[in-house]
Design a protein around this ligand. Structure first.
Ligand code: SOE
Length: 406
């Protein structure tokens, strides 16, 4: 199976000799910490053509961003993202803020000649995503890259699944069944953090979790969705206001309550142009499910299944085997020939959530060094945004099948 997209024509050199790729990151909470880990580790594990440098981190609270810089290993700190973008010691801007600022920061960074990595979902609206994808296309002509952070493509098992689908191991695809289940909102007293406010997050479980599974389904299927039919629901419409800084996905509560303005759960079906069907479920109310991104692909010759809570495993049913001994078998995706694995530990030692961010940094560094369009690009992020908008439109119209504009 081999490694994903090995670089070509890149001179082998060691450590400090390699030119730096100076990263400036905006945001320092959960995703900021995850991306910091990725940038810090990628060059220590993988043989990279450029040396990622954690140059500058940015956040509005001077003391908190300084503490984040020290904790995660950033050389400098800024309190205004415009100042970060204006610096000439930053080559790439990594956007880890809530969705309401993605477009503004990304457009400014591209205009200033920087490469960009932007957390998912790409934007809060299709219009913003269109502007970003179009600016990214123009910037690409100038040699700049723009990538969206769908990190779950970079679990070795999902990357292996993609290779197996592309190699025809499951034959013509019939079904993609995918769900992303979490439970951190089950408690009605959980505070009204930014992820529950439409003006900041764009949508709820749909953009937060649904974006991941739409991207993954399309990536694995190797084609975009042609249309969807959807239901969404907001179970708890009013919540206590948050007090103080976020802790992971939560925060302390303050006096008073506010309106939840996003969906709590989204259920939808979809159709690919090839005729394959897909079903999706995204919720933060699946009591007992912590980070359960589960998927199954059924093809004419076999099936594949994956569960993020057991992310070193990929299940494969080879339908060409005789019924007497056919059945799902577990592939432990920890062998040197599996995507990304060789650079890590000896066979069988396993990887986790944070490694997806290291792989993301690795792949982006290679793309920058080779001037190759990154995968997933802003155009891919825009296409996911169109699916999310179609889901909302369909849910509003009460589950009418809604085609997606190309
Ligand atoms: C919260 O639901 C969250 O942190 C998402 O925002 C991330 O994208 C996902 O990777 C884990 O869950």
């Amino acid at each position: 199976m081999g490694q994903p997209e090995q670089p070509e024509g890149v001179e082998e050199s060691t450590g400090a000799q390699r030119p730096p790729l100076r990263v400036g990151m905006v945001g320092y909470a959960f995703m900021g910490a995850a991306h910091s880990q990725g940038w810090r580790t990628a060059g220590r594990v993988f043989d990279l053509p450029l040396r990622p440098e954690l140059a500058v981190i940015c956040g509005r609270d001077a003391a908190a961003v300084r503490a984040a810089a020290d904790r995660h290993g950033w050389a400098a700190a800024e309190t205004d993202w415009r100042d970060l973008i204006a610096r000439d010691d930053v080559d790439l801007v990594d956007i880890c803020t809530p969705g309401d600022s993605h477009a503004e920061i990304a457009l400014a960074a591209l205009a200033a000649g920087k490469h960009v990595l932007c957390e998912k979902p790409l934007a809060n609206t299709v219009e913003e995503a269109e502007a970003m994808a179009s600016a990214a296309e123009t910037a690409y002509e100038r040699g700049q890259l723009a990538m969206v952070g769908f990190n779950y493509r970079r679990v070795p098992a999902t990357a292996l699944a993609r290779q197996m689908v592309a190699d025809g191991r499951i034959g013509t695809l019939r079904h993609v069944r995918v769900s992303y289940l979490q439970d951190w909102l089950v408690d009605p007293q959980a505070p009204l953090t930014w992820r529950l406010r439409r003006e900041l997050a764009g949508s709820g479980s749909l953009g937060d979790l649904g974006a991941h599974i739409v991207d993954l389904a399309q990536y694995l299927a190797g084609e975009p969705l042609a249309g969807v039919s959807a239901l969404t629901e907001t179970f708890v419409r009013e919540r206590p206001l948050p007090g103080g800084a976020a802790r992971g996905l939560s925060a302390a509560t303050a006096a008073g309550t506010g309106q939840v303005t996003v969906d709590d759960a989204a259920l939808f079906t979809g159709r690919f142009a090839s005729g394959a069907l897909a079903s999706f479920e995204a919720t933060r109310y699946a009591t007992g499910r912590k980070n359960a991104l589960r998927l199954e692909l059924n093809g004419a010759r076999g099936s594949l299944a994956f569960d993020l809570e057991r992310l070193n495993e990929l299940w494969f049913h080879d339908g060409t085997e005789p019924d007497t001994h056919a059945g799902f078998r577990r592939i432990l995706v920890t062998e040197p020939d599996h995507p990304y694995v060789e650079a890590w530990w000896p066979p069988g030692h396993g990887l986790g959530y944070e490694h997806t961010f290291v792989h993301q940094a690795r792949d982006l560094v290679h793309a920058v060094a080779e001037g190759r369009r990154p995968d997933p690009s802003f155009a891919d992020g825009l296409q996911v945004q169109r699916v999310l908008a179609a889901v909302e439109e369909s849910a509003e119209k009460n589950s009418v099948y809604t085609p997606i504009a190309v």
